[in-house]
Design a protein around this ligand. Structure first.
Ligand SMILES: Cc1cc2nc3c(=O)[nH]c(=O)nc-3n(C[C@H](O)[C@H](O)[C@H](O)COP(=O)(O)OP(=O)(O)OC[C@H]3O[C@@H](n4cnc5c(N)ncnc54)[C@H](O)[C@@H]3O)c2cc1C
Ligand code: SF4
Length: 489
């Protein structure tokens, strides 16, 4: 513990956010950094609790938070970086986009503001890049084993880096034209600028990872080809099938899933030109976003930056409580009222609205018909039930609707059919305790097997699957050696 009285002397601080009026003019990063002295002060607030809930309960990659807080406070930045990388391949991604469940599990957050863990994580790794501490770590010896990774999101990238460092030959196949999954096409650039991703990809390439873009596995090459050519395959194709809202008027022009809209904006920022007949733009339009979560929030921030006439965000749920209810105690993730940076930028929010119908004229959307709901609030914290309030129907003006009501599961694409993989009840890829599918040598990781989650969960599963694949290859190799020794020729 760096400074026993740190939490009594220093108040929580995070990097300043750019002013709303400025940041909505571009797609650049919103949050800045603290000075070294300020950050060391923030690290000193960590109480080095006997049971570090931030580490073992809050953080999905099990970052060793109290230890690196102590190192930062003492100015041992290089050691802090080494420790951070021992659990997380890409702290510069999580330091920017993670919702920081570690902070809601921080003991200080029981009656004070949590330690600024996410900010400290980001600045440890950024300082590592600046000082030149982060270098490629190619394996000293090669194993001669070949692994195919299908999908280049954070799960696939974490698996690739771990496996190439163990000396295996790793080829990542990606159906898009650029590498990164949702970190490339999905999450807006103002949450993570793409040079952050490119910088890390350069390291992976220098370590020997081979990237093959614009290869839709299952169509351009078959699953059977992968089985014949590689010793193991990791399927990390994400969970990109969106939930639909099948109600009257769904076919109207102007009712869209969120992802195509967000991807177009990522492409514009990257310098691509969107074909005119495909453009979805919020400029000058009245936008209604249906559904919460990161995706809904990202549609709001993107619409505002494109110059929407108005942005309205509707949820069918009840308004969340301002403080943790008794049924949602620390260190659980708090299901409380939150305002994202995008919501801060100017949208109207309405709860307890059920969407009945999309209304329009001449095939174009003009409004969303909603009805108000009355929710019960059970004291045991269960979700409650709702009834529609009679005569509460109204129409919200809308030229553009974005559906962001979640994702169902991975795409049940020709690849999965070709490989005859099985699905669990939620439609995600079924795996066993070794993260292997029912086909020997084929593994799955990330959103494809978990269902849609977070970048940090995907990184964790990518690291875990790399361990499992490595163990599988070792046991395979052992089996082969035993076979060659004991089998009479
Ligand atoms: C709009 C949006 C905003 C989000 N914001 C956040 C956030 O702020 N913080 C956070 O922690 N999480 C966020 N998430 C969630 C996070 O992005 C995902 O949980 C994470 O990216 C999952 O990683 P993954 O590697 O499993 O899959 P993905 O990132 O989805 O990557 C899967 C990749 O597989 C490729 N692929 C699919 N099929 C094939 C095939 N047959 N052949 C070759 N390639 C294929 C896809 O093209 C894709 O590149 C957000 C998600 C969305 C949609
Ligand atoms: S990865 Fe997320 S949960 Fe873990 S320390 Fe970083 S911000 Fe916290």
């Amino acid at each position: 513990m760096g400074k026993p009285t740190g939490f009594l002397e220093t108040v929580r601080k995070t990097g300043a956010k750019r002013l709303v009026a400025d940041r909505i003019k571009d797609f650049n990063a919103i949050e800045g950094d603290l000075s070294v002295a300020e950050l060391e002060g923030q690290a000193s607030r960590c109480m080095d609790c006997g049971i570090p809930t931030c580490h073992f309960y809050g953080c999905p990659v099990k970052n060793r938070i109290p230890d690196w807080n102590d190192m930062v406070y003492r100015g041992h930045w290089k050691a802090a970086l080494k420790l951070l990388h021992s659990t997380n391949n890409f702290p510069e991604f999580t330091g920017r986009v993670c919702p920081a469940p570690c902070e809601s599990a921080c003991t200080l957050s029981i009656n004070q503001n949590a330690v600024s863990i996410k900010q400290i994580e980001k600045q440890i790794v950024e300082r590592g890049w600046e000082e030149g501490y982060i270098k490629p770590q190619p394996a000293a010896t090669k194993t001669g084993r070949r692994i195919a990774i299908v999908g280049s999101g954070p799960a696939g990238l974490a698996a690739a880096q771990q496996l190439v460092r163990k000396g295996h030959e790793v080829i990542v196949f990606e159906k898009d034209d650029r590498i990164g999954g949702m970190l490339r096409y999905g999450i807006p650039d103002y949450k993570i600028e793409r040079w952050v991703l490119d910088r890390r990809l350069k390291q992976l390439k220098e370590e020997g990872v081979i990237f093959e873009t614009s290869v839709n596995v299952g169509i351009d090459i078959s699953g059977k080809y992968l089985l014949r050519t590689f010793d193991a395959v990791v399927v990390s194709i994400g969970a990109q099938v969106p939930r639909d809202l099948v109600i009257p008027g769904r076919e109207l022009n102007g009712v869209n899933f969120a992802i195509p809209f967000l991807v177009q904006q990522n492409r514009r920022v990257a310098g691509d030109v969107i074909p005119e007949d495909e453009v979805i733009t919020a400029t000058g339009k009245h936008v209604v976003v249906i559904g919460g979560g990161d995706t809904g929030s990202d549609c709001i921030g993107t619409s505002i930056r494109q110059g929407a006439a108005s942005v309205t965000h509707i949820y069918y749920q009840d308004v969340p409580p301002k403080r943790r209810p008794l049924c949602n105690p620390w260190p659980e993730r708090p299901a409380i009222f939150k305002t994202s940076t995008s919501q801060e930028e100017g949208c109207e929010r309405f709860w307890k609205l059920q969407t009945r119908e999309f209304v329009g004229e001449g095939g174009w959307l003009t409004g969303v018909k909603v009805v108000e709901l009355d929710w019960t609030r059970p004291e045991d914290g269960s979700r409650g039930t709702f009834t529609e309030i009679p005569n509460s129907e109204k129409i919200l003006r809308a030229d553009l609707v974005f559906l962001s009501i979640g994702f169902q599961h991975c795409e049940h694409s020709p690849l999965l059919v070709d490989l005859k993989l099985e699905y669990n009840k939620k439609g995600s890829i079924q795996i066993d305790e070794n993260m292997m599918t029912k086909v020997p040598g084929i593994f799955a990781a990330g959103d494809a097997e978990l269902g849609a989650t977070l970048v940090v969960d995907a990184i964790f599963r990518g690291r875990q699957v790399a361990e499992k694949v490595d163990q599988y290859l070792i046991s395979e190799k052992t089996a082969r050696v035993e076979y060659s020794i004991f089998t009479p020729r």
